[in-house]
Design a protein around this ligand. Structure first.
Ligand code: HEC
Length: 214
């Protein structure tokens, strides 16, 4: 059997975990803890370039618990979800200089760029945020996705209070802070975007001159 080249992106990982969660391997409450399941992963995936099989290891309580309850076909108990959310929120690192807003033009680049972290991307080149794959970010562009809620008019509709800036930063840093099994990649927690890139995306959402708010 041909090995499937490991071309996981941050987004692909979420899809893979979701897909695996439905498999039956018996004898465990989490397929990732099951030896026969680990064997399947080992046989079917191989490292390629910077996309190494290390990425198949579950990182943190959110990935473990979310796969587990998905696999069991049961809703996650409230207390487990609350624990993941409060731990994720507590681990959010605010911008070092206390300034949340960068350059919206650079943020637009980040939001529309879906490249980075794949085996054929140049290691060390900046990753995209791929926000537009899941959100309507700018008006009148039908190519944008709708897995997440529309962000068009974000700053205009919500204002830029300290609380709103903090909330949005934490959402981008690690969305599990508010929804334990969020589909949104943890851009800060998993070092997908740099602090500056997150600031730029924040400016895209809040700057009155950004196309988001026009
Ligand atoms: C794989 C899909 C996906 C990607 C990529 C993604 N998001 Fe999300 N996002 C979601 C989903 C789904 C939600 C809804 C809440 C939840 O499930 O956690 C969300 C929620 C949000 C929210 C909160 C919205 C609200 O109403 O309070 C913000 C802000 C946000 N995303 C910004 C971004 C930004 C900025 C990017 C790019 C850097 C991005 N998202 C990339 C899926 C995604």
């Amino acid at each position: 059997m041909n090995k499937i080249a490991l071309t996981l992106t941050a987004l692909g990982t979420a899809a893979l975990l979701g897909g695996c969660a439905g498999m039956q391997s018996g004898g465990t409450d989490n397929p990732f803890a099951d030896a026969s399941f680990q064997k399947i992963l080992k046989n079917d995936f191989s490292s390629k370039g910077q996309a190494t099989v290390d990425r198949l290891k579950q990182v943190g309580a959110a990935q473990y618990e979310c796969s587990k309850y998905d696999y069991l076909g049961k809703p996650m108990p409230e207390d487990v979800a609350k624990r993941i959310e409060s731990q994720s929120l507590a681990a959010v690192v605010p911008p070092a200089d206390g300034k949340y807003l960068g350059d919206w033009k650079a943020g637009l680049e980040v939001a529309s760029n879906g490249k980075g972290m794949q085996w054929n991307d140049k290691p060390g080149s900046p990753n995209g945020g791929n926000c537009e794959a899941c959100h309507k970010v700018v008006p009148n562009d039908p190519s944008q996705g709708d897995i997440g809620p529309p962000l068009v008019g974000y700053g205009r509709l919500r204002g830029a209070s300290e609380a709103m800036l903090k909330y949005t930063w934490a959402r981008i840093y690690d969305s599990a802070s508010f929804n334990a099994c969020s589909y949104m990649p943890p851009f800060g927690a998993h070092h997908i975007l740099t602090e500056q890139q997150m600031k730029d995306v924040m400016a895209l959402l809040f700057d009155p001159n950004s196309p988001v708010n026009k």
